[in-house]
Ligand binder design. Sequence first.
Ligand SMILES: Nc1ncnc2c1ncn2[C@@H]1O[C@H](COP(=O)(O)OP(=O)(O)OP(=O)(O)O)[C@@H](O)[C@H]1O
Length: 333
Amino acid sequence: MTHTHAISAHDLTKTYTFHQQRAGLGGALKSLVRRKYETRLAVDRVTFAIEPGEVVGLLGPNGAGKTTTLKMLSGLLYKTSGDLDVLGHTPSDRKHDYLRRIALVMGQKTMLWWDVPAMESLLLHKEMYGLSTVEFERNVAELAELLDVQDLLNVQVRKTSLGERMKLELMAALVHGPEILFLDEPTIGLDVVAKARVRSFLADVNRLRGTTILITSHDMDDIEALCSRVMIIDHGRLQFDGALDDLVRTAQPRKLVRATYATPVDVGPLTAFEGVSAVEVDGLTVRLEADRARTGQILEQLTRLGPLVDLDVADADVEEIMRDLFLRRGEAS
Ligand SMILES: Nc1ncnc2c1ncn2[C@@H]1O[C@H](COP(=O)(O)OP(=O)(O)OP(=O)(O)O)[C@@H](O)[C@H]1O
């Protein structure tokens, strides 16, 4: 059988079953005698396919089911139902051949030994994945250069900064040359410079090696920099799967317009104009939101108000769009 998709999931579902601990000692004893089980539907009939070489962002509010999805894809968790195929494998079988072809990096977990230099962990990976010395040395050299960590490989990991450690973490994840990289919040806690470095590294890896990347992040700058496609998951359901641009267009049907005039203007006529909202005046600058479909007419209207010296039309910040989107969904459910 040939597999064209790197990842394909059909009605993928995960229900957690856990037992509720009652409060206090009496409660704890009662819980022992009569265990109360609860279930939580974390991922609910999710269907998607990802092609080799794609970089896809998995987005959603806290508790949406993103980590659970990544864990099922990487084989750390069993699915409850549905079909899942990654590189022709059932991930939860955790076959050696499968594990060789993927990597999972979790921003808050480390796969490096703390008390020894990163090189020791890399050598362990060499053994684990059965890499030849030539292959290993080539990969280490390439990754170390891309990440600029040549000087850090022989430093005890505990002595490295958070940003440095994430770079070493990525190196450890990629040294065996996986075809798919699962990333869970890879830039969490990093400063702006380190974040940018991680992003450009991931873009390089995708471009140079054709690595398929599925990334979750709460930082929309990560997503904008790396992903042309996003999947939004909320309450376990896949709510959107498509181009980031399309998401912006559908989620934010308004454009942000800023007009600056040479002399003060009366914005009275604007408020009555169809498709205009949130008009604000700040000295000689007028800000408003314009319905996407009517932006042309609205701009024309703005030119009639007075002598324009500057005009700026922009989409809302992706960060803001997400906030609005999740807020609205939260209110609706
Ligand atoms: N081991 C577990 N046992 C029971 N419920 C769990 C377990 N792990 C996660 N959950 C629940 O499953 C749901 C999805 O959690 P998940 O960690 O996948 O969300 P997430 O989208 O990654 O959130 P975040 O952005 O906060 O990391 C949540 O309601 C969470 O409380």
